[in-house]
Design a protein around this ligand. Structure first.
Ligand SMILES: [Zn+2]
Length: 58
C-alpha cells in the first residue's frame, strides 16, 4: 500500500502493479497520520494492489 498526495498519484500508479486507488476522507486524515511517501506532505490518496485470491482445490 502506498500513500501519496495529489501531485504524486501518477508516480505511484507506475510503481504499483494492478493499482487500485482510493481517496482518503478528511476524517481519516484527522484520525491517522497519512503522509505522501514521495514528498512527506499530507496524503490524499491510498493506492494498493489487487491480489487475487488463490483458487481453492475442489
Ligand atoms: Zn507527494
Amino acid at each position: 500500500m502506498v500513500l501519496v498526495c495529489k501531485q504524486h498519484v501518477h508516480k505511484a500508479l507506475k510503481i504499483i502493479f494492478l493499482p487500485h486507488i482510493q481517496s482518503i476522507s478528511d476524517d481519516n486524515k484527522l484520525l491517522e497520520e497519512v503522509k505522501c511517501q514521495v514528498c512527506g506532505k499530507q496524503a490524499d490518496y491510498k493506492l494498493y494492489n489487487f491480489i487475487p485470491q488463490r483458487k481453492r482445490a475442489i
